[in-house]
Design a protein around this ligand. Structure first.
Ligand SMILES: [Zn+2]
Length: 288
C-alpha cells in the first residue's frame, strides 16, 4: 500500500504543478477572440427646420439634417447588428415623408440591404441583434435578421408587446416579426460574446428599456449611445430632449454612461449628431 500510494502522491503533485502552470498561462495570455471592426451604415435621414425641437434653447431655428445610423460589429465569434434604421421601403419616396406635424421629414437614400450586399454580408449570417430602443427609426429593418438572437431589456419588450405600444411612440408594424426571433430578455448588462468586448448596458429613460452598447475595438473602446443624447450639444450642455418617456430616468442614465466612458476611456458615438456622424467613415469602409 505504501509503495502504491507514494507514486500516486507524486503524480498528484505533478498534476497540481501542471495545473498551476496552465492556469498561470491562461491568466497571462488574454483570449485571442476579439472585435475586428465596426461598419457604420447610413440607415436614413430626417430633416428639420429647427434643431432645437430636440435640444430646447440650443440652436433655435437652425435647420439640420439628422443622420440615422446602423452598426455591424464583427467579432471573431460572429456578427452583430446594432439598430436597423428606417425601413428600406422608404427609398420609394424620394421626396421623403413628413412626420411629427411637419416638424420632421424622413428619407432613405441608400438601403441597408444594398449596403450589406456591398460588403458581402448576407443578413442570415448575422447571429446577434440588439436595438438601442424600439422607435421606428431603429426598428425599420429588424425583419432582415430572422437568424439573429434578439437581446432586449424586459421593460422595453413589455412596452413593445403590451396593450399600448403607441403610448411609447412605438409602431408595432415595424417590429412585429421579432416575435419569431430567438429572444433573450435582459434585466441589466449582457456580455454578448462572453469576453467583455461587446457589452449591452441598460440606459433607460428615452424609452422604458433603452440600452447602449459598449464595444472594445482594436483602436479603443466606444459606446454606441442610441438616443440617450440626440446631439453632442445635448451632452455638452446637459440638456435633455423633451420627448423622453421619463426625463429623470434619462438624466440618471446620462450620468451613468458618462461615468462609464470616463472609467474606460470610451468615446461616445451619438448617432443623430450630424458633424460627428460625418466625421466617421461609413460602409463600405469599416473602423478598427
Ligand atoms: Zn428614439
Amino acid at each position: 500500500m505504501k509503495l502504491k500510494s507514494r507514486p500516486k502522491r507524486q503524480l498528484h503533485g505533478l498534476t497540481a504543478l501542471l495545473f498551476g502552470l496552465l492556469s498561470t498561462a491562461m491568466v497571462m495570455t488574454p483570449s485571442l477572440a476579439a472585435v475586428q471592426d465596426i461598419t457604420i451604415f447610413e440607415c436614413g435621414q430626417a430633416t428639420t427646420p429647427d434643431k432645437s425641437i430636440f435640444s430646447p434653447g440650443i440652436d433655435v431655428g437652425v435647420a439640420y439634417e439628422i443622420p440615422i445610423n446602423c452598426y455591424l460589429i464583427r467579432h471573431d465569434k460572429g456578427l452583430m447588428i446594432w439598430d436597423t434604421g428606417l425601413a428600406d421601403g422608404l427609398i420609394n419616396k424620394p421626396d421623403g415623408v413628413a412626420i411629427a406635424n411637419g416638424k420632421l421629414k424622413i428619407f432613405v437614400k441608400k438601403t441597408l440591404a444594398s449596403q450589406l450586399e456591398e460588403i458581402g454580408v448576407s443578413p442570415n449570417e448575422v447571429k446577434h441583434m440588439a436595438l438601442s430602443h424600439m422607435h421606428p427609426d431603429i426598428t425599420g429593418n429588424t425583419s432582415f435578421f430572422p437568424s439573429a438572437t434578439w437581446y432586449v431589456q424586459t421593460p422595453e419588450f413589455e412596452a413593445a408587446f403590451g396593450s399600448n405600444p403607441e403610448k411609447f411612440r412605438f409602431n408595432p408594424k415595424t417590429y412585429s416579426g421579432l416575435k419569431n426571433n430567438k429572444t433573450v430578455k435582459l434585466d441589466g448588462r449582457h456580455d454578448v460574446f462572453g469576453d467583455g468586448s461587446v457589452v449591452i448596458v441598460p440606459a433607460p429613460g428615452h424609452t422604458p428599456g433603452s440600452q447602449v452598447l459598449y464595444v472594445e475595438m482594436p483602436s479603443g473602446p466606444v459606446i454606441l449611445a442610441g438616443d440617450l443624447w440626440p446631439f453632442e450639444t445635448n451632452r455638452t450642455h446637459n440638456v435633455m430632449a423633451p420627448d423622453n418617456f421619463d426625463s429623470e430616468m434619462t438624466q440618471k442614465s446620462t450620468e451613468k454612461i458618462n461615468e462609464l466612458a470616463k472609467k474606460t476611456g470610451a468615446k461616445i458615438w451619438i448617432m443623430h449628431d450630424r458633424d460627428q456622424s460625418r466625421s466617421l467613415p461609413h460602409a463600405p469602409q469599416s473602423i478598427r
